[in-house]
Design a protein around this ligand. Structure first.
Ligand SMILES: Nc1ncnc2c1ncn2[C@@H]1O[C@H](COP(=O)(O)OP(=O)(O)O)[C@@H](O)[C@H]1O
Ligand SMILES: O=C(CO)[C@@H](O)[C@H](O)COP(=O)(O)O
Length: 465
């Protein structure tokens, strides 16, 4: 039995799965946490990855490896391959003004859609490069190469010989803001508009190409961004919408044609198979529930129980969940708010319900935006840490007004990376069929009034001081 390994270097942790290359069956796994914060030195990811690999029993016996990772993070390297400064992550909002400047300089949102299929917001790499140019010009001048978290880890696994050996894939390249999913080419003019000068960019390799080898000779897949990896790990097909509730809240779908949304809500990403991945991401998802549990002095199981003990709509109590600012809608400086507090609603159960409903309402708006572009929605598949919560599954079905399918708890980004590694190994036209075991379907009565109430108050928020 050949084994393959998949890695997910996500916002909060590194995860490694080792799977049977033919069937996808999970053989062993490991994980290790990342530091807190929206600015992280890539060495911390490398250290966590080593711990996760050790916890997974090592990778000496695997035949191929691929890396999935959080999208957009700005990893800048100097001419010797050293990291110039800690990476700014996708959820770092300091480049919000840079995003506005870039939109203006290229001639508005439509010009960006035409160029790279997205409208800049603070999450995208190109805006972080502009922030660097504007705020740390000495660091910007030292940048000889720019890559993303998964590109850097793949490069490190390959022995990190020279900047010319950096590789990436369509999926992650499409989240930079200087690569076009339509033409499959970099827009070096946009890289320069951000950074102020040209730099080495990773070679974009084909979906199942051998991208490099480890020093021990194991083939490395191209890897991809975490959401494209999840789509691959779930075997998503047309009609499936993936909802991921990790640090980010994501609604995305595989599509045969590139997508452009001039409103900026939906990013027209590419996927890891040669297709496309229209995607909406919010910044307030699992951590909103972490905060609710902390606030109520309970754990996730307790929060779920409390939320399900309150009626749908929580008696009019609504959480607007912008605890970390927000990306969709684009409100980087917004804060959260609780509306509708009355004597009857001022209790832990109603507050727990309002937190879960508010977080899901933000994602429901995202799902609407994906659907509005003509993406069919036949099945919602939910993954990410918070999919482990019964309240999240039930309330998502109620608020979205759709059945929600949840595969057995697992690391679906890492599984997607492992499936890519198996694909690279097989050298076939399509990835190996890896059937999903035990998908649980949750369907409860729709509660459209919850979204109506949320829509009434979602703009009533203060900006941070
Ligand atoms: N049972 C649960 N209910 C709600 N949230 C949970 C549960 N288990 C884990 N989480 C949360 O899920 C998050 C981690 O999910 P994950 O998808 O790994 O995030 P990321 O990919 O952003 O690193 C954490 O914020 C964690 O507290
Ligand atoms: O920015 C995006 C997608 O555009 C996020 O989805 C990141 O890719 C981080 O994902 P998680 O670590 O929260 O799963």
């Amino acid at each position: 039995m050949a084994l393959v390994a998949g890695i997910d270097s996500s916002t909060q942790s590194s995860k490694v799965v080792v799977c049977d290359a033919d069937t996808g069956e999970l053989v062993r796994s490991g994980s290790a946490p990342h530091p807190e914060g929206t600015e992280v030195h890539p060495d911390a990811w490398w250290d966590a990855l080593q711990q996760a690999i050790a916890a997974a029993g090592g990778l000496d016996d695997v035949a191929a490896i691929a890396v999935g990772g959080q999208q957009h993070g700005m990893v800048c390297l100097d001419e010797h391959g050293a990291v110039v400064r800690p990476a700014l992550l996708w959820n770092d909002t300091r480049s919000a003004q840079a995003a506005l400047d870039l939109i203006d300089e290229l001639g508005g949102p439509q010009a960006w859609i035409d160029a790279v299929g997205l409208v800049p917001v603070a999450s995208f790499t190109v805006t972080k490069l502009r922030w660097l140019r504007d705020h740390e010009p000495e660091n910007a001048a030292r940048v000889a190469a720019v890559c993303l978290p998964h590109d850097w880890l793949t490069w490190k696994l390959s022995g990190a010989e020279s900047l010319d050996t950096l590789v990436t894939d369509r999926g992650d390249a499409s989240g930079t803001g200087y690569w076009s999913p339509t033409t499959g080419e970099y827009r070096r003019d946009l890289l320069e508009l951000g950074l102020g000068h040209d730099a080495v960019l990773p070679r974009v390799v084909a979906p199942a190409e051998v991208a490099a080898h480890t020093p021990a000779g194991q083939p490395l897949g191209p890897g991809t961004g975490d959401n494209a990896a999840a789509a691959l790990g779930l075997g998503a097909v047309t009609g499936d919408v993936i909802i991921s509730i990790g640090t980010s809240g994501v609604a995305c779908a595989v599509a045969d044609e590139p997508v452009g949304d001039v409103s900026g809500a939906v990013a027209g990403f590419a996927d890891a198979t040669g297709r496309f991945l229209p995607l909406v991401a919010t910044m307030n998802a699992a951590r909103v529930l972490d905060a609710a549990a902390r606030l109520l002095g309970t754990d996730h199981a307790g929060l779920s129980e409390l939320a399900l003990s309150a009626p749908a709509g929580a008696g009019g109590l609504v959480l607007v969940p912008y605890l970390e600012g927000e990306r969709t809608p684009n409100k980087p400086d917004a804060t959260g708010a609780v509306h509708g507090l009355r004597l009857e609603t001022a209790n832990p159960a109603y507050l727990a319900r309002a937190f879960v409903e508010g977080m899901i309402c933000g994602l429901a708006d995202g799902l609407d935006a994906v659907r509005a572009l003509g993406t069919p929605v036949e099945r919602v598949v939910m993954v990410g840490g918070a999919a482990r919560s019964e309240a999240v599954r039930e309330i998502a079905s109620a608020v979205l007004g759709l059945p929600v399918s949840v595969p057995q708890p697992g690391e679906y980004v890492a599984r997607g990376a492992a499936r890519q590694a198996a694909w690279v190994l097989a050298g076939t036209a399509e990835p190996p069929a890896w059937p999903l075991a035990d998908v649980v379907r949750t369907e409860v009565a729709a509660t459209p009034f919850v979204r109506e109430r949320y829509a009434d108050v979602r703009d009533l928020t203060a900006n941070k001081v």
